[in-house]
Design a protein around this ligand. Structure first.
Ligand SMILES: Nc1ncnc2c1ncn2[C@@H]1O[C@H](COP(=O)(O)OP(=O)(O)O)[C@@H](O)[C@H]1O
Ligand SMILES: [Mg+2]
Length: 359
């Protein structure tokens, strides 16, 4: 049999599956790249750039596009500060990061007033600066407005701000006074279509795996799974994990079974997370529901719960509603004999839930 030996691998370049990998080829985002470049172009000529809001659901290429354009801009006499907002708690944190980038050294110890940091930043800049606030939704509203105010009121700064957000609510968080000075031009990032996802992931397969290492069937399955959620990042994760599973069984090709294993692995992690939100009665109710064959009525589940756990109906009802809220079950009305009956429908795969409950 033709199998992998020793240190042979299916991966030509595993790095292309890293979530932070900056691809040299960005597909289907030409108009966003052009728009953003147009707003920053004045900076390249030493003038004040415009401000932009890049907005769209997760995994639609916002970070990738902004980093790509910033890299081009930084080749000219423009300072570029790319900031990840989730790790910035205070206005001081924001400007300490800008200081670090602009002055190319760590900021002085805490206690240095903000204005001193700022004056050193402006002294070290001899041209415009572009500040990108990635995942700006994570920035506290007060910190956001203080940051924007500080950047815009400082006459020595020639600044362009790029805000990256998953929601247009960003504009509502900006103080109206600031909103009248800083005009954010909106650049939309729509969800990718199935064909677009196919092309983006296909480039990774061609560049990340050796030729012929991924069967067509396996790849199409990944595209199918990803196009349901539009989450390209998840697709990259699935491809890499499937590659690792294939290597583990010494196969020369990533096949459908490897993709299924990678998906199951990922789903069981998500399932474990939801289960951790349940107490012991709720887990017991879930176990009873999932161990009964076919669709059951709430009355049947209650009868078992009452004899096994001794619950009152109100508490039972709360539990069932919680299980529905957490998307473990659906409750639907139907007819059985006389009157209306509530049926409990299992939303998830039976074996996967029972397995997760006993592990
Ligand atoms: N148009 C594209 N071309 C190539 N790769 C892309 C494209 N859009 C997204 N990706 C990849 O998908 C993942 C998610 O993209 P990212 O830019 O982080 O999305 P967002 O910032 O909108 O959440 C990244 O690994 C990125 O490399
Ligand atoms: Mg991002």
């Amino acid at each position: 049999m033709d199998v992998l030996w020793g240190d042979e691998t299916l991966f030509r370049n595993e790095e292309v599956f890293d979530p932070d990998y900056q691809p040299p080829a960005i597909f289907h985002r030409d108009s966003q790249i052009r728009d953003l470049a147009a707003f920053l172009r004045p900076a390249v000529r030493g003038r004040s750039p415009g401000h932009a809001l890049c907005v769209g659901p997760p995994s639609t290429g916002k970070t990738t596009v902004v980093r790509h354009v910033l890299e081009k801009v930084s080749k000219h006499d423009v300072a570029v500060a790319y900031l990840r907002c989730p790790i910035l708690r205070t206005t001081y944190n924001v400007f300490a990061r800008i200081y670090e980038i602009a002055c190319e050294r760590l900021p002085p110890q805490k206690g240095v007033p903000l204005f001193k940091l700022l004056s050193e930043v402006s002294a070290s800049l001899d041209g415009p600066i572009v500040v990108a606030l990635d995942d700006v939704d994570f920035l506290d509203t007060r910190v956001l407005n203080e940051t924007l105010l500080t950047l815009s009121k400082n006459a020595e700064f020639c600044v362009g701000v790029i805000a990256i957000s998953t929601s247009k609510q960003f504009l509502a968080r900006v103080d109206p006074y600031l909103g009248s000075i800083l005009h954010f031009h909106e650049i939309g990032f729509p969800m990718y279509t199935r064909e677009e996802i196919w092309r983006i992931l296909h480039w990774r397969v061609v560049n990340g795996f050796y030729p012929g290492a991924v069967t067509r069937e396996a790849f199409e399955r990944v595209v199918e799974i990803v196009s349901r959620s539009g989450d390209v990042r998840y697709g990259l994760h699935l491809l890499r994990s499937a590659g690792i599973y294939a290597e583990r069984r010494a196969s020369r090709r990533v096949e459908l079974c490897d993709v299924e294993r990678a998906r199951e692995g990922q789903e069981s992690i998500m399932l474990a997370k939801s289960l951790s939100a349940l107490n012991s009665d709720e887990r017991e109710a879930l176990r009873i529901i999932y161990s009964l064959e076919g669709d059951v009525t709430t009355g049947e589940v209650f009868a078992i719960m009452r004899s096994e756990v001794g619950l009152c109906y109100e508490r039972f009802y709360e539990i069932v509603e919680k299980l529905e809220r957490l998307r473990f079950i659906d409750l639907v009305f139907g007819r059985k004999g006389r009157g209306r009956t509530r049926y409990v429908i299992k939303r998830l795969e039976r074996d996967a839930v029972l397995r997760a409950l006993t592990s």
